[in-house]
Design a protein around this ligand. Structure first.
Ligand SMILES: N[C@@H](CCC(=O)N[C@@H](CS)C(=O)NCC(=O)O)C(=O)O
Length: 205
């Protein structure tokens, strides 16, 4: 049985929960109490010295970092559609978006949500500029195509999805980005889709 070391309010954990659900793979969620600092205690640090969720344990395999977990799950339980390991260009295009998830998405919409929802003090102007650039690039891609890479969903979409879907909690207006909103709705319509509180919903617009 797979165990996911998990936090309900975390978008990085959500992307793993979402992918497991889309793959219809069973797992047990093991909540980690960030408020009480469980992630800074030795048992958790042995799994992830960076003291961050998510961590996934599958038998003898332990993977930290949400992007790495998506790669593992796609290889272990998915098919070439999610991560085309036989296609060097397709792989590279997907890896570029995984890198965007860990960088621009983390420093843009994730940071704005940390500030407005959780009160984290940070450089709001820098986070706003990162968002503006990121959303412009994502919108341009999604005006040209239904998905971030190629003609079907891949783990690139799953990696980038949660914090953009959580834009309302970061006080980010999605009205100027119709292509992006349609992409959110496309993902939300997938069989097996699971969301989390605070995410964009077309019905609430
Ligand atoms: N690059 C990591 C980032 C993980 C991350 O930032 N996790 C947050 C929750 S979303 C965390 O564990 N924070 C604990 C802390 O900052 O003390 C990933 O994608 O998994």
């Amino acid at each position: 049985m797979i165990t996911l070391y998990d936090v309900d309010a975390s978008g990085n954990c959500h992307k793993v929960r979402l992918f497991l659900s889309l793959l219809d793979v069973e797992y047990a969620s093991r909540p980690v109490n960030l408020m009480e600092g469980e992630h800074n205690l030795a048992p958790f640090l042995q799994m992830n010295p960076f003291a961050q969720v998510p961590v996934l344990v599958d038998g003898d395999v332990l993977v930290r970092d949400s992007q790495a977990i998506l790669v593992y799950l796609a290889q272990q339980y998915g098919n070439q559609d999610w991560l085309p390991t036989h296609d060097p260009n397709g792989m590279a295009q997907i890896m570029a978006w995984l890198s965007t998830a860990a960088n621009e998405v983390a420093r843009g919409p994730n940071d704005l949500r940390l500030h407005y929802k959780f009160g984290r003090q940070l450089d709001l102007a820098a986070a706003g500029q990162t968002c503006e650039r990121l959303y412009g690039i994502v919108e341009q891609q999604l005006q040209a195509s239904d998905w971030l890479v190629g003609d079907h969903i891949t783990i690139a979409d799953i990696a980038v999805y949660p914090y953009i879907a959580l834009s309302p909690e970061g006080q980010i207006d999605l009205v100027p980005y119709p292509g992006l909103r349609q992409w959110l709705e496309r993902i939300q319509a997938l069989p097996g889709y699971v969301g989390m509180p605070g995410m964009y919903s077309a019905a609430e617009q």
